[in-house]
Design a protein around this ligand. Structure first.
Ligand SMILES: [Zn+2]
Length: 314
């Protein structure tokens, strides 16, 4: 298998949806952080592609399907890409060394409470779902919604429906009270695909120590993210600034919980030296230097690999 990274979150599909990028490879892909060529040239291995509808887009199932179509046409259709929908497909991607690709939904807004639409997304290969983006929708409140509500009745049904189908729940962006509602309800461990440690950088999108402990206790995953303002308040944010987040999660017992969720293509400002998948190599060197090879690879690939081999449908 490729000695690569398992990235829990990027927003390539949004840029393809808006037309900011018109291709995933070659001409038309210049505005993308994550491109086919950069994945091949880097230590990347599996990339999760989020379906996120920009606020200027109608929150409809049709918009979601447009993103699925873009994913199939530009990414999954490539011979060198292995679309991963099951543990068996993940194992096959490992064995073949092809670039793995997973599909997630960031924000259930466009489902509009329609559980048939949810099942169709499952059939199409969506295997993780964040109930909200930053604001409130029919299912729950996002982390920037001032009232800070938890899950609605429909949101509770959504958690159960996802558990029943085999769609994993992603708690990044969810309000704190929504987080605890999901933690109480879910049968399956949750993912925070792109969130850091609040004690290392006090941002609402980051996780409190109690949230981190809860994710560790249920055997979930936390994707350390490269969004500069979730990493540090400093003007210039470097790889060194990620280490306090990793150290905090390790100190809470999270050596099997740590992963990465870059948020590439979801941000308009980048960390120094970590602006696209080719920046993973220096990060790997730093992690190996600081934590040793085994723990470095656990964070970059092996924790996420183990988690999905266990949690994806057989
Ligand atoms: Zn996001």
């Amino acid at each position: 298998m490729r000695n690569g990274t398992f990235d829990l979150h990027c927003d390539v599909l949004s840029k393809l949806l808006t037309g900011e990028a018109t291709a995933f490879a070659g001409t038309g892909s210049e505005k993308l952080d994550v491109t086919y060529e950069k994945l091949i040239a880097s230590d990347a291995w599996l990339q999760t592609y989020a379906i996120y509808l920009p606020e200027s887009y109608p929150s409809t199932f049709s918009s979601i399907l447009q993103c699925v179509d873009l994913f199939y046409r530009h990414i999954a259709s490539r011979a060198e890409v292995a679309f991963v929908r099951s543990a068996a497909e993940l194992q096959a991607a490992v064995d073949s060394g092809r670039l793995g690709a997973m599909l997630s939904l960031e924000g259930a807004d466009g489902l509009q409470g329609d559980f048939t639409a949810l099942r169709i997304l499952y059939y199409l290969g969506v295997r993780s779902l964040g109930l909200t983006w930053n604001y409130a929708n029919w299912a729950a409140d996002g982390v920037m919604e001032p009232r800070g509500g938890g899950l609605t009745r429909q949101g509770r049904k959504l958690v159960q429906a996802c558990n029943g189908l085999g769609i994993l729940l992603d708690v990044s962006h969810l309000s704190e009270s929504g987080f605890w509602d999901v933690a109480d309800l879910t049968d399956a461990p949750v993912i925070a695909s792109h969130s850091n440690a609040k004690s290392a950088c006090d941002h609402p999108r980051n996780l409190s120590d109690d949230q981190i402990r809860a994710i560790i206790a249920m055997g979930g995953l936390i994707g350390i993210t490269f969004v500069p303002w979730f990493v540090s308040n400093k003007e210039t944010v470097t790889i060194d600034d990620l280490l306090p987040h990793i150290d905090r999660i390790l100190s809470l017992g999270g050596e099997k919980t740590l992963a990465f969720g870059s948020d590439f293509d979801g941000i308009d400002r980048h960390m120094t030296g970590l602006a696209d998948p080719t920046g993973i190599s220096p990060l790997r060197n730093e992690l190996e230097h600081r934590y040793g090879d085994t723990l470095a690879m656990a964070c970059l690939r092996d924790n996420a690999l183990r988690f999905f081999l266990k949690q994806l449908p057989k």
